[in-house]
Structure formats: structure tokens, C-alpha cells
Design a protein around this ligand. Structure first.
Ligand code: GDP
Ligand code: MG
Length: 168
């Protein structure tokens, strides 16, 4: 039977862990080198979801997010979205709403999850669990807390999105 391919875009401020998340999920690795780019537009991983073969293509931004210069090609045809912020970066949390609007402007309404990354650094948190919950509820998105470093919940992010896409 047919394999389903899904383009997933991962947006959020710089340094929240987007590239790391893609590498963790697709290559099983984690490094500390800041500013690494994966050198290609996307990495992919195949999973089985509800008995279907799903090929997830995870698109990385290669740093343009800091200059607000993400091209339309990046968003084009995206079927699911990760809105990512960091536990230790308040600005990245406050930017989530505007990232959601940018994606919606280009892609319309697509299955979206809010990811609070770097949960391993919770003792240095700059956000309140309650305000994070409130934001997720007001944007109508599921919230998943991850540590890409410790490999906590990363698989769940993409399994959730694949499941939502298969329901559409
Ligand atoms: P991007 O700019 O959003 O693509 O962020 P990067 O993936 O380049 O990550 C920025 C920095 O955060 C790097 O030094 C990563 O190693 C680090 N990082 C990413 N995820 C985590 C995490 O879950 N916990 C911790 N402690 N550091 C992380
Ligand atoms: Mg990056």
C-alpha cells in the first residue's frame, strides 16, 4: 500500500533546539555545538502509525529565523508544525504566538504542537508552567515538554503530529 509523506516545519526563535531536535529524531545524536546546520533542507524518518507507513520530512531553518528571513519555500506544502521554545529563554516563549501566525499565513490551519524544550534545565526556568498551559490552551495546541539532550518526549512530538495528520 501507499506510503504517506508528511512535511513538518519546525519554527521558533534561534537556539531553542530546533536543529538538535531534528538530528535527535532522525539521526539519534545530540551535540552541544551551537549553530550547526544540518546542511540539507530536511532530514527524514519513517515510522508506522495506525498501521500505515509514514515518512516524516522534518525541515530545518538553517538559522534564517534570527533575521526573520524564512522563505516561502520553507513553509510551502507543510502539513504539520512544531512551535518550539526553550525553558530558559523567556523571549522564545513570548514569540510563540507570532510564530503560529506566520505559519498560519503560509500554510493555513495544520496540525500543530507547542514544544517546551530543554526541560532538563527546569531549575533555571524563565517560564511558569501555568502561563505555558494557558498559552497552549488559548492557541488551541497540545503542549509537549521535551529534552532533546536527554531524549525525553521527542518521539511523542512527531507521533502526535503524524496521528493528527492521518485523522484529517
Ligand atoms: P536552533 O537554533 O533552534 O536550531 O537550536 P540548536 O539545535 O542549534 O540548539 C541550540 C543549543 O541548545 C545547542 O547548544 C544545543 O546543544 C542546545 N540544546 C538543544 N536542545 C537541548 C536540550 O534539550 N537541553 C539542553 N540542555 N540543551 C539543548
Ligand atoms: Mg538551527
Amino acid at each position: 500500500d501507499l506510503e504517506i509523506a508528511l512535511k513538518v516545519v519546525i519554527v521558533g526563535n534561534g537556539a531553542v533546539g530546533k536543529s538538535s531536535m531534528i538530528q535527535r529524531y532522525c539521526r539519534g545524536t545530540f551535540t552541544r555545538d551551537y549553530k550547526k546546520t544540518i546542511g540539507v533542507d530536511f532530514l527524514e524518518r519513517q515510522i508506522e502509525c495506525n498501521g500505515e507507513d509514514v515518512r516524516l520530512m522534518l525541515w530545518d531553518t538553517a538559522g534564517q529565523e534570527e533575521f526573520d528571513a524564512i522563505t516561502k519555500a520553507y513553509y510551502r506544502g507543510a502539513q504539520a508544525c512544531v512551535l518550539a521554545f526553550s525553558t530558559t529563554d523567556r523571549d522564545s516563549f513570548e514569540a510563540i504566538h507570532s510564530w503560529k501566525i506566520k505559519v498560519e499565513d503560509e500554510c493555513g490551519k495544520i496540525p500543530t504542537v507547542i514544544v517546551q524544550n530543554k526541560i532538563d534545565l527546569i531549575e533555571r526556568s524563565q517560564v511558569d508552567p501555568q502561563e505555558v498551559d494557558m498559552l497552549a490552551r488559548s492557541l488551541g495546541c497540545k503542549l509537549i515538554c521535551t529534552s532533546v539532550k536527554d531524549d525525553v518526549n521527542v518521539n511523542n512530538v512527531f507521533r502526535y503530529l503524524a496521528t493528527r495528520c492521518l485523522m484529517e
